[in-house]
Design a protein around this ligand. Structure first.
Ligand SMILES: *[C@@H]1O[C@H](CO)[C@@H](O)[C@H](O)[C@H]1NC(C)=O
Ligand SMILES: *[C@@H]1O[C@H](CO)[C@@H](O)[C@H](O)[C@H]1NC(C)=O
Ligand SMILES: *[C@@H]1O[C@H](CO)[C@@H](O)[C@H](O)[C@H]1NC(C)=O
Length: 402
Protein backbone atom coordinates (compact mmCIF):
# COMPACT_ATOMS: atom_id res chain seq x y z
CA UNK A 1 0.00 0.00 0.00
CA UNK A 2 2.85 2.33 1.00
CA UNK A 3 4.69 1.67 -2.20
CA UNK A 4 1.52 2.35 -4.14
CA UNK A 5 0.90 5.61 -2.27
CA UNK A 6 4.62 6.42 -2.70
CA UNK A 7 4.20 5.88 -6.41
CA UNK A 8 1.08 8.06 -6.42
CA UNK A 9 2.96 10.76 -4.54
CA UNK A 10 5.97 10.76 -6.87
CA UNK A 11 3.69 10.72 -9.92
CA UNK A 12 1.78 13.80 -8.69
CA UNK A 13 5.05 15.46 -7.81
CA UNK A 14 6.48 14.85 -11.24
CA UNK A 15 3.37 16.12 -12.98
CA UNK A 16 3.52 19.30 -10.90
CA UNK A 17 7.15 19.83 -11.79
CA UNK A 18 6.38 19.38 -15.48
CA UNK A 19 3.45 21.78 -15.16
CA UNK A 20 5.58 24.42 -13.46
CA UNK A 21 8.32 24.00 -16.01
CA UNK A 22 5.78 24.48 -18.80
CA UNK A 23 4.47 27.70 -17.26
CA UNK A 24 8.00 28.95 -16.78
CA UNK A 25 8.95 28.22 -20.41
CA UNK A 26 5.79 29.87 -21.71
CA UNK A 27 6.49 32.96 -19.55
CA UNK A 28 10.04 33.19 -20.83
CA UNK A 29 8.80 32.68 -24.35
CA UNK A 30 6.06 35.30 -24.03
CA UNK A 31 8.41 37.78 -22.37
CA UNK A 32 11.05 37.60 -25.04
CA UNK A 33 8.72 37.32 -28.02
CA UNK A 34 5.90 39.76 -27.37
CA UNK A 35 6.20 42.93 -29.44
CA UNK A 36 5.53 46.36 -28.00
CA UNK A 37 2.30 48.05 -29.01
CA UNK A 38 -0.86 45.99 -29.15
CA UNK A 39 0.01 43.57 -31.86
CA UNK A 40 -1.24 40.26 -30.51
CA UNK A 41 -0.47 38.35 -33.67
CA UNK A 42 3.16 39.46 -33.79
CA UNK A 43 6.21 37.90 -32.22
CA UNK A 44 9.39 39.92 -31.82
CA UNK A 45 12.87 38.96 -30.77
CA UNK A 46 16.11 40.84 -31.15
CA UNK A 47 16.65 39.32 -34.57
CA UNK A 48 13.18 38.46 -35.86
CA UNK A 49 9.76 40.05 -36.26
CA UNK A 50 6.94 37.80 -37.36
CA UNK A 51 3.26 38.78 -37.77
CA UNK A 52 0.56 36.67 -39.34
CA UNK A 53 -2.94 38.11 -39.79
CA UNK A 54 -2.38 41.13 -37.55
CA UNK A 55 -5.32 43.39 -38.41
CA UNK A 56 -4.10 46.23 -36.15
CA UNK A 57 -1.12 46.67 -38.43
CA UNK A 58 -1.55 49.31 -41.15
CA UNK A 59 0.84 50.93 -43.56
CA UNK A 60 1.16 54.06 -41.40
CA UNK A 61 1.49 52.60 -37.89
CA UNK A 62 4.09 50.02 -38.67
CA UNK A 63 6.51 52.44 -37.07
CA UNK A 64 4.96 51.52 -33.69
CA UNK A 65 6.17 48.01 -34.25
CA UNK A 66 9.61 49.33 -35.06
CA UNK A 67 10.02 50.94 -31.73
CA UNK A 68 10.86 47.43 -30.74
CA UNK A 69 12.95 46.54 -33.74
CA UNK A 70 16.61 46.77 -32.95
CA UNK A 71 19.65 47.32 -35.09
CA UNK A 72 20.18 43.57 -34.85
CA UNK A 73 16.99 42.66 -36.69
CA UNK A 74 17.71 40.16 -39.47
CA UNK A 75 14.32 38.94 -40.55
CA UNK A 76 10.86 40.53 -40.86
CA UNK A 77 7.82 38.51 -41.93
CA UNK A 78 4.45 40.25 -42.09
CA UNK A 79 1.62 38.47 -43.85
CA UNK A 80 -2.15 38.77 -43.86
CA UNK A 81 -2.35 42.43 -42.81
CA UNK A 82 -3.97 45.30 -44.69
CA UNK A 83 -0.93 47.51 -45.31
CA UNK A 84 -2.38 49.21 -48.44
CA UNK A 85 0.53 51.59 -48.88
CA UNK A 86 4.26 51.31 -48.30
CA UNK A 87 5.43 54.71 -47.17
CA UNK A 88 8.94 56.12 -47.63
CA UNK A 89 11.45 54.45 -45.33
CA UNK A 90 8.97 51.73 -44.53
CA UNK A 91 11.74 49.92 -42.71
CA UNK A 92 13.92 51.95 -40.39
CA UNK A 93 14.59 55.62 -40.92
CA UNK A 94 17.60 57.04 -42.60
CA UNK A 95 16.64 60.61 -43.35
CA UNK A 96 15.92 61.96 -39.85
CA UNK A 97 17.38 61.57 -36.41
CA UNK A 98 17.65 59.14 -34.80
CA UNK A 99 18.65 57.14 -37.80
CA UNK A 100 17.78 53.48 -37.82
CA UNK A 101 19.54 51.81 -40.67
CA UNK A 102 18.81 48.11 -40.48
CA UNK A 103 22.16 46.88 -41.67
CA UNK A 104 21.58 43.30 -40.60
CA UNK A 105 18.14 42.97 -42.14
CA UNK A 106 18.46 40.51 -44.98
CA UNK A 107 15.05 38.83 -45.28
CA UNK A 108 11.69 40.56 -45.73
CA UNK A 109 8.44 38.76 -46.54
CA UNK A 110 5.46 41.05 -47.14
CA UNK A 111 3.24 38.62 -48.99
CA UNK A 112 -0.53 38.81 -48.78
CA UNK A 113 -0.92 42.32 -47.36
CA UNK A 114 -3.13 44.09 -49.90
CA UNK A 115 -0.25 46.42 -50.78
CA UNK A 116 -1.50 48.74 -53.53
CA UNK A 117 1.08 51.51 -53.57
CA UNK A 118 4.81 51.33 -53.07
CA UNK A 119 6.69 54.55 -52.50
CA UNK A 120 9.95 54.98 -54.35
CA UNK A 121 11.87 55.31 -51.08
CA UNK A 122 10.20 52.43 -49.25
CA UNK A 123 13.38 50.35 -49.08
CA UNK A 124 15.96 53.05 -48.55
CA UNK A 125 17.13 52.12 -45.05
CA UNK A 126 17.74 48.41 -45.56
CA UNK A 127 20.94 48.42 -47.60
CA UNK A 128 21.81 44.75 -47.17
CA UNK A 129 18.51 43.16 -48.06
CA UNK A 130 19.02 39.78 -49.71
CA UNK A 131 15.46 38.49 -50.13
CA UNK A 132 12.30 40.49 -50.75
CA UNK A 133 9.00 38.66 -51.09
CA UNK A 134 6.09 40.79 -52.22
CA UNK A 135 3.86 38.05 -53.62
CA UNK A 136 0.06 38.08 -53.51
CA UNK A 137 -0.52 41.81 -53.30
CA UNK A 138 -2.46 44.35 -55.35
CA UNK A 139 0.24 46.71 -56.52
CA UNK A 140 -1.28 49.25 -58.90
CA UNK A 141 1.88 49.98 -60.79
CA UNK A 142 0.09 51.13 -63.90
CA UNK A 143 -1.63 53.97 -62.09
CA UNK A 144 1.56 55.61 -60.89
CA UNK A 145 3.75 55.89 -63.92
CA UNK A 146 5.80 58.74 -62.54
CA UNK A 147 6.94 56.87 -59.42
CA UNK A 148 10.02 55.17 -60.69
CA UNK A 149 12.83 53.78 -58.62
CA UNK A 150 10.84 51.42 -56.42
CA UNK A 151 13.74 49.08 -56.20
CA UNK A 152 16.52 51.55 -55.79
CA UNK A 153 19.13 51.17 -53.08
CA UNK A 154 18.93 47.42 -52.99
CA UNK A 155 22.39 46.61 -54.31
CA UNK A 156 22.66 43.24 -52.55
CA UNK A 157 19.21 41.91 -53.31
CA UNK A 158 19.43 38.34 -54.61
CA UNK A 159 15.83 37.11 -54.62
CA UNK A 160 12.90 39.23 -55.66
CA UNK A 161 9.56 37.47 -55.54
CA UNK A 162 6.83 39.37 -57.37
CA UNK A 163 4.56 36.41 -57.87
CA UNK A 164 0.96 37.59 -58.26
CA UNK A 165 2.02 40.98 -56.90
CA UNK A 166 0.05 43.24 -59.19
CA UNK A 167 -3.50 44.41 -59.17
CA UNK A 168 -5.88 42.11 -60.97
CA UNK A 169 -6.51 44.41 -63.92
CA UNK A 170 -10.10 45.14 -64.82
CA UNK A 171 -9.33 43.98 -68.35
CA UNK A 172 -7.11 41.18 -67.07
CA UNK A 173 -3.97 42.81 -68.33
CA UNK A 174 -0.97 44.52 -66.87
CA UNK A 175 1.61 45.51 -69.35
CA UNK A 176 5.06 44.41 -68.54
CA UNK A 177 6.54 47.63 -69.89
CA UNK A 178 5.12 49.51 -66.90
CA UNK A 179 7.39 47.42 -64.75
CA UNK A 180 10.22 47.49 -67.26
CA UNK A 181 11.28 51.06 -66.57
CA UNK A 182 12.05 50.05 -62.99
CA UNK A 183 14.63 47.59 -64.25
CA UNK A 184 15.89 50.18 -66.70
CA UNK A 185 17.19 52.26 -63.80
CA UNK A 186 18.19 49.76 -61.18
CA UNK A 187 21.10 49.00 -58.90
CA UNK A 188 20.12 45.38 -58.31
CA UNK A 189 23.32 44.12 -59.79
CA UNK A 190 23.37 41.05 -57.55
CA UNK A 191 19.84 39.89 -58.37
CA UNK A 192 19.85 36.17 -58.96
CA UNK A 193 16.19 35.16 -59.02
CA UNK A 194 13.28 37.19 -60.34
CA UNK A 195 9.85 35.64 -60.00
CA UNK A 196 7.17 37.38 -62.05
CA UNK A 197 4.80 34.45 -62.32
CA UNK A 198 1.00 34.70 -62.07
CA UNK A 199 0.78 38.36 -63.09
CA UNK A 200 -1.52 38.38 -66.12
CA UNK A 201 1.16 40.06 -68.21
CA UNK A 202 0.16 40.06 -71.86
CA UNK A 203 2.86 41.84 -73.85
CA UNK A 204 6.60 41.31 -73.50
CA UNK A 205 8.13 43.58 -76.12
CA UNK A 206 11.74 43.64 -77.23
CA UNK A 207 12.24 47.04 -75.56
CA UNK A 208 10.91 45.79 -72.22
CA UNK A 209 12.90 42.59 -72.46
CA UNK A 210 16.03 44.66 -73.05
CA UNK A 211 15.60 46.40 -69.69
CA UNK A 212 16.20 43.01 -68.04
CA UNK A 213 19.77 43.17 -69.34
CA UNK A 214 20.50 45.60 -66.50
CA UNK A 215 20.13 42.66 -64.10
CA UNK A 216 23.57 41.38 -64.95
CA UNK A 217 23.70 38.48 -62.46
CA UNK A 218 20.25 37.10 -63.19
CA UNK A 219 20.16 33.30 -63.09
CA UNK A 220 16.46 32.50 -62.92
CA UNK A 221 13.75 34.46 -64.68
CA UNK A 222 10.28 33.16 -64.00
CA UNK A 223 7.51 34.37 -66.28
CA UNK A 224 5.30 31.31 -65.88
CA UNK A 225 1.52 31.57 -65.55
CA UNK A 226 1.16 34.80 -67.49
CA UNK A 227 -0.67 35.52 -70.74
CA UNK A 228 2.27 36.10 -73.06
CA UNK A 229 1.42 35.27 -76.63
CA UNK A 230 4.61 36.26 -78.44
CA UNK A 231 7.23 36.86 -75.74
CA UNK A 232 10.35 38.64 -76.91
CA UNK A 233 13.89 38.02 -75.74
CA UNK A 234 16.40 40.82 -75.21
CA UNK A 235 18.27 41.75 -78.37
CA UNK A 236 20.99 43.82 -76.69
CA UNK A 237 24.40 42.25 -76.95
CA UNK A 238 26.00 41.32 -73.62
CA UNK A 239 22.77 40.23 -72.01
CA UNK A 240 21.79 37.32 -69.77
CA UNK A 241 25.41 36.35 -69.18
CA UNK A 242 24.53 34.27 -66.14
CA UNK A 243 21.06 33.09 -67.09
CA UNK A 244 20.41 29.45 -66.25
CA UNK A 245 16.65 29.13 -66.25
CA UNK A 246 13.97 30.87 -68.26
CA UNK A 247 10.47 29.76 -67.36
CA UNK A 248 7.75 30.69 -69.85
CA UNK A 249 5.51 27.74 -69.08
CA UNK A 250 1.75 28.16 -68.68
CA UNK A 251 1.43 31.13 -71.04
CA UNK A 252 -0.51 31.68 -74.27
CA UNK A 253 2.21 30.89 -76.80
CA UNK A 254 0.90 29.32 -80.02
CA UNK A 255 4.05 29.67 -82.12
CA UNK A 256 7.53 30.94 -81.27
CA UNK A 257 8.73 33.95 -83.22
CA UNK A 258 11.91 33.64 -85.33
CA UNK A 259 13.48 36.42 -83.21
CA UNK A 260 12.75 34.56 -79.97
CA UNK A 261 14.28 31.34 -81.27
CA UNK A 262 17.37 33.13 -82.55
CA UNK A 263 17.95 34.94 -79.25
CA UNK A 264 17.56 31.75 -77.20
CA UNK A 265 20.15 30.09 -79.44
CA UNK A 266 22.44 33.09 -79.04
CA UNK A 267 22.16 33.15 -75.24
CA UNK A 268 22.83 29.42 -75.19
CA UNK A 269 25.89 29.75 -77.44
CA UNK A 270 27.32 32.90 -75.89
CA UNK A 271 26.88 32.38 -72.15
CA UNK A 272 27.14 28.60 -72.04
CA UNK A 273 25.26 28.51 -68.72
CA UNK A 274 21.69 28.13 -69.89
CA UNK A 275 20.25 24.92 -68.41
CA UNK A 276 16.49 25.18 -68.82
CA UNK A 277 14.10 26.92 -71.15
CA UNK A 278 10.64 25.86 -70.02
CA UNK A 279 7.85 26.42 -72.51
CA UNK A 280 5.49 23.57 -71.59
CA UNK A 281 1.77 24.09 -71.01
CA UNK A 282 1.39 26.54 -73.86
CA UNK A 283 -1.41 26.15 -76.42
CA UNK A 284 0.72 25.21 -79.42
CA UNK A 285 -1.18 25.32 -82.69
CA UNK A 286 0.00 22.41 -84.78
CA UNK A 287 -0.72 23.82 -88.20
CA UNK A 288 1.39 25.39 -90.95
CA UNK A 289 2.23 28.32 -88.62
CA UNK A 290 4.21 25.98 -86.38
CA UNK A 291 6.60 24.78 -89.10
CA UNK A 292 9.36 27.23 -88.08
CA UNK A 293 8.99 26.33 -84.40
CA UNK A 294 8.94 22.60 -85.21
CA UNK A 295 12.10 22.89 -87.31
CA UNK A 296 13.81 24.84 -84.54
CA UNK A 297 12.84 22.24 -81.93
CA UNK A 298 14.39 19.57 -84.16
CA UNK A 299 17.61 21.53 -84.72
CA UNK A 300 18.32 23.64 -81.64
CA UNK A 301 20.99 22.73 -79.13
CA UNK A 302 19.43 25.06 -76.53
CA UNK A 303 18.03 23.19 -73.49
CA UNK A 304 14.35 23.59 -74.35
CA UNK A 305 12.00 21.04 -72.80
CA UNK A 306 10.81 19.89 -76.22
CA UNK A 307 9.56 16.52 -74.98
CA UNK A 308 6.87 18.27 -72.98
CA UNK A 309 5.22 20.34 -75.70
CA UNK A 310 1.82 19.22 -76.92
CA UNK A 311 -0.57 20.39 -79.63
CA UNK A 312 -3.54 22.24 -78.27
CA UNK A 313 -5.18 22.68 -81.65
CA UNK A 314 -4.49 21.57 -85.22
CA UNK A 315 -6.22 21.49 -88.59
CA UNK A 316 -9.49 19.58 -88.09
CA UNK A 317 -8.30 18.67 -84.53
CA UNK A 318 -6.23 15.86 -86.04
CA UNK A 319 -3.21 16.24 -83.78
CA UNK A 320 -4.71 17.74 -80.63
CA UNK A 321 -2.96 16.34 -77.59
CA UNK A 322 -0.09 14.91 -79.67
CA UNK A 323 3.49 15.67 -78.79
CA UNK A 324 4.81 18.38 -81.13
CA UNK A 325 8.12 16.71 -81.94
CA UNK A 326 6.39 13.40 -82.78
CA UNK A 327 4.77 15.04 -85.80
CA UNK A 328 6.28 15.27 -89.28
CA UNK A 329 6.75 18.57 -91.05
CA UNK A 330 4.10 17.48 -93.56
CA UNK A 331 1.54 17.10 -90.74
CA UNK A 332 1.62 20.81 -90.05
CA UNK A 333 -1.04 21.96 -92.50
CA UNK A 334 -3.62 24.73 -92.54
CA UNK A 335 -6.83 25.42 -94.34
CA UNK A 336 -4.58 27.30 -96.74
CA UNK A 337 -2.99 23.99 -97.67
CA UNK A 338 -6.49 22.65 -98.45
CA UNK A 339 -7.13 25.63 -100.74
CA UNK A 340 -3.85 24.75 -102.40
CA UNK A 341 -5.09 21.19 -102.96
CA UNK A 342 -8.20 22.61 -104.68
CA UNK A 343 -5.82 24.47 -106.95
CA UNK A 344 -4.01 21.18 -107.51
CA UNK A 345 -7.29 19.47 -108.46
CA UNK A 346 -7.93 22.24 -110.99
CA UNK A 347 -4.47 21.88 -112.49
CA UNK A 348 -4.92 18.10 -112.80
CA UNK A 349 -8.33 18.50 -114.50
CA UNK A 350 -6.88 20.99 -116.96
CA UNK A 351 -4.05 18.58 -117.76
CA UNK A 352 -6.54 15.72 -118.31
CA UNK A 353 -8.56 17.89 -120.70
CA UNK A 354 -5.40 18.92 -122.54
CA UNK A 355 -4.30 15.28 -122.87
CA UNK A 356 -7.77 14.31 -124.12
CA UNK A 357 -7.72 17.15 -126.65
CA UNK A 358 -4.28 16.21 -127.91
CA UNK A 359 -5.29 12.51 -128.17
CA UNK A 360 -8.37 13.43 -130.21
CA UNK A 361 -6.18 15.51 -132.54
CA UNK A 362 -3.63 12.70 -132.82
CA UNK A 363 -6.40 10.20 -133.55
CA UNK A 364 -7.73 12.50 -136.24
CA UNK A 365 -4.25 12.85 -137.74
CA UNK A 366 -3.60 9.09 -137.81
CA UNK A 367 -6.99 8.33 -139.36
CA UNK A 368 -7.00 11.37 -141.66
CA UNK A 369 -7.67 9.28 -144.80
CA UNK A 370 -10.79 7.66 -143.39
CA UNK A 371 -11.97 11.00 -142.11
CA UNK A 372 -11.45 12.56 -145.54
CA UNK A 373 -13.47 9.72 -147.06
CA UNK A 374 -16.31 10.22 -144.62
CA UNK A 375 -16.13 13.96 -145.21
CA UNK A 376 -16.37 13.44 -148.97
CA UNK A 377 -19.45 11.23 -148.56
CA UNK A 378 -21.04 13.89 -146.38
CA UNK A 379 -20.20 16.55 -148.99
CA UNK A 380 -22.09 14.54 -151.59
CA UNK A 381 -25.12 14.26 -149.34
CA UNK A 382 -25.20 17.89 -148.29
CA UNK A 383 -26.06 19.40 -151.72
CA UNK A 384 -28.88 16.83 -152.00
CA UNK A 385 -30.16 17.88 -148.60
CA UNK A 386 -29.91 21.51 -149.60
CA UNK A 387 -31.81 20.72 -152.77
CA UNK A 388 -34.50 18.90 -150.82
CA UNK A 389 -34.91 21.73 -148.39
CA UNK A 390 -34.95 24.18 -151.25
CA UNK A 391 -37.73 22.19 -152.83
CA UNK A 392 -39.58 22.15 -149.59
CA UNK A 393 -39.02 25.87 -149.23
CA UNK A 394 -40.12 26.65 -152.75
CA UNK A 395 -43.12 24.40 -152.33
CA UNK A 396 -44.06 26.43 -149.30
CA UNK A 397 -43.54 29.53 -151.36
CA UNK A 398 -45.62 28.01 -154.07
CA UNK A 399 -48.30 27.22 -151.54
CA UNK A 400 -48.04 30.76 -150.29
CA UNK A 401 -48.33 32.24 -153.75
CA UNK A 402 -51.23 30.01 -154.69
C1 LIG B 1 -7.79 48.12 -45.91
O1 LIG B 1 -7.46 49.46 -45.63
C2 LIG B 1 -8.10 50.39 -46.48
C3 LIG B 1 -7.60 51.79 -46.15
O2 LIG B 1 -6.68 51.81 -45.16
C4 LIG B 1 -9.61 50.29 -46.29
O3 LIG B 1 -10.27 51.19 -47.15
C5 LIG B 1 -10.05 48.87 -46.59
O4 LIG B 1 -11.43 48.72 -46.33
C6 LIG B 1 -9.27 47.87 -45.75
N1 LIG B 1 -9.60 46.52 -46.20
C7 LIG B 1 -9.86 45.53 -45.34
C8 LIG B 1 -10.17 44.21 -45.94
O5 LIG B 1 -9.84 45.67 -44.13
C1 LIG C 1 15.52 52.29 -71.10
O1 LIG C 1 16.50 53.31 -71.18
C2 LIG C 1 17.00 53.58 -72.48
C3 LIG C 1 18.03 54.68 -72.38
O2 LIG C 1 18.73 54.62 -71.23
C4 LIG C 1 15.84 54.00 -73.39
O3 LIG C 1 16.31 54.20 -74.70
C5 LIG C 1 14.76 52.92 -73.37
O4 LIG C 1 13.65 53.35 -74.14
C6 LIG C 1 14.31 52.63 -71.95
N1 LIG C 1 13.35 51.55 -71.97
C7 LIG C 1 12.26 51.50 -71.22
C8 LIG C 1 11.36 50.34 -71.42
O5 LIG C 1 11.98 52.34 -70.39
C1 LIG D 1 8.09 29.52 -61.60
O1 LIG D 1 6.96 29.85 -60.85
C2 LIG D 1 5.96 28.84 -60.81
C3 LIG D 1 4.75 29.40 -60.11
O2 LIG D 1 5.03 30.39 -59.20
C4 LIG D 1 6.54 27.63 -60.12
O3 LIG D 1 5.58 26.61 -60.07
C5 LIG D 1 7.76 27.17 -60.90
O4 LIG D 1 8.38 26.08 -60.25
C6 LIG D 1 8.77 28.29 -61.04
N1 LIG D 1 9.82 27.89 -61.96
C7 LIG D 1 11.10 27.80 -61.61
C8 LIG D 1 12.05 27.42 -62.68
O5 LIG D 1 11.48 28.04 -60.48
Amino acid sequence: MASVSGFTFSKTWMLSVIYLLCIWFTRVRLESFTCKGHFDKCLCSTTTVECHGETQLKGDNIIDLYKDISDDCERIVITGSNLTEMQPNFFGSCAGAPDLILKKLTYVDLSHNNIQRVNGKAFHCVPNLDTLIMSDNQWQIDKHDNEIGYFNKLPYLKHLDLRNSFEDGTDGSIYFYKLAHIFNDTDMFELDTLDLSYNEFIVLSEDSANTLCELTKLKTLNFSHNLFNEPAMPTKPDCFHELETLDLSHNSIQYLTPEFMKEVDDVHKLNGKLKNVFIHENPFECDCGLQGTWQWLKDTKAPVNKEQLFCSSSYQSMYNGKRVIDLELGDLVCQKAVVQSYVAVKVVTTIIFLVLGVSVLAFAFVHRDKIRLIARRWKKRIPAMRFRSHIRYSSVQEVATI
